[in-house]
Design a protein. Structure first.
Length: 264
């Protein structure tokens, strides 16, 4: 699985303060901590408290690039912020994200092609959040069709079914899991699949949050999930990920398989 660390995000108070005070050491610490935990890429998000994301995003990206060559996931709902981030990117890049709306697709697919970036497409539109699997599949098909029309490689596309909190959308969980599975048959080659994992436990009690995240991740892997934006500092979560893939015969068993993963 392709693991994207979620912690360089201005929604977290330490990162928000680091952005406002230009504290490079704090950002570097969060980047290196996640790299040590085994991430494949780092999500970079200014967060809602950023007063000027057009300036803050390039600063964040340049700060992270000073200490790691890991791919960066440039995370913003504003295409102009993403564009400013792309301009300073030296590492490989993932754009996070486009919706299924034409105005976003018309901007972000050409940008992804120009910068040779991968692209996350979230199955949401101006009509709102999908309420069932069929709506998710329709939006996913729209994104795939636009990518094909613009000659963007589908193997570089990650489709996100929009993971909702289980405490308010329990009835949608199985539809979300089935969407992950059925996205794979919408095209050949198949798109990748991705979730923002912590969304599933948003609003749950602190005691339950990590257990909900770990359990959903194991289920999603069984349904074919390729990637997740998650907290890699949850050691048991990472061990759950590795063990789930082992049980699904994606890795070769040895008694020290967890140690082998940590050393990879």
């Amino acid at each position: 699985m392709f693991v994207i660390g979620e912690l360089i995000n201005g929604m977290y108070p330490n990162i928000a303060r680091a952005i406002s005070s230009r504290n490079k050491e704090m950002v570097r610490k969060y980047a290196l901590d996640q790299v040590t935990c085994g991430v494949d890429a780092l999500d970079v998000n200014c967060g809602p408290a950023s007063r000027d994301p057009l300036i803050d995003m390039p600063w964040l990206i340049e700060t992270v690039q000073e200490i790691t060559a890991k791919p960066l996931c440039i995370d913003s709902s504003n295409p102009q912020v993403i564009k400013e981030g792309l301009k300073v990117s030296r590492n490989k890049v993932i754009i996070n994200s486009t919706t299924a709306d034409k105005d976003k697709l018309d901007i972000l697919i050409p940008l992804a092609k120009q910068y040779k970036a991968k692209l996350i497409g979230i199955t949401i539109s101006q009509k709102g959040i999908p309420q069932n699997k069929d709506q998710r599949l329709e939006l996913a098909a729209t994104i795939i069709a636009y990518c094909q029309d613009k000659e963007f490689p589908i193997e570089d596309l990650y489709l996100d079914p929009i993971l909702l909190p289980v405490n308010v959308a329990q009835e949608q969980m199985i539809d979300i899991l089935k969407s992950i599975q059925e996205f794979k048959i919408l095209s050949e080659p198949s798109p990748n699949t991705l979730v923002g994992l912590s969304n599933v436990s948003q609003g749950a009690s602190r005691i339950n949050r990590r257990l909900i995240n770990r359990t959903f991740l194991a289920l999603a892997i069984a349904y074919g999930l390729n990637s997740a934006i998650l907290n890699p500092k949850d050691a048991i979560l990472m061990e759950t990920l590795v063990t789930a893939e082992l049980i699904l015969n994606k890795n070769i068993y040895c008694d020290s398989y967890l140690e082998a993963y940590r050393k990879k």
